[in-house]
Design a protein around this ligand. Structure first.
Ligand SMILES: [Zn+2]
Length: 129
């Protein structure tokens, strides 16, 4: 039995006005100027304010916020950080819109999206030699 469905003919109106609440004052730039991914063991982000953040691929793999690594409901880590080798590399780094990067890691994991805000917050500090 086929039911004929008619769609509501919505009135094409003007888009609702955006809320006018002021954005929170950022403590640090979360806009990258340059993202260097040529070294597969690390990603270097140079921010708009001149600050430079270096993540090793291993650190990023452990930070992965995707649903396979972090429980979406409880926010608990599913990924065991000790299972991530220090020598982890990334095989691909892509921009996601203008707010994040996604990485493919040598272990094949590629479902994580790393928002710039998070990357700036989790800045591990100067790379240890
Ligand atoms: Zn993940």
């Amino acid at each position: 039995m086929v039911e004929h469905l008619t769609e509501n003919q919505g009135v094409a109106g003007s888009s609702p006005a955006l809320p006018t609440t002021a954005p929170p004052i950022p403590v640090a730039s979360t806009t990258p100027r340059v993202i260097t991914k040529s070294d597969p063991t690390r990603v270097v982000i140079e921010w708009d304010d001149g600050h430079r953040t270096t993540f090793s691929a291993s650190q990023l793999r452990k930070l992965c916020p995707c649903a396979r690594c972090v429980d979406e409901i409880t926010g608990r880590a599913i990924l065991d950080p000790t299972s991530v080798p220090q020598a982890m590399t990334h095989t691909d780094v892509r921009l996601v819109g203008n707010y994040a990067i996604s990485l493919r890691f040598a272990d094949g994991h590629d479902t994580g999206i790393f928002p710039f805000v998070m990357l700036r917050e989790r800045d591990p500090g100067p790379p240890r030699v």
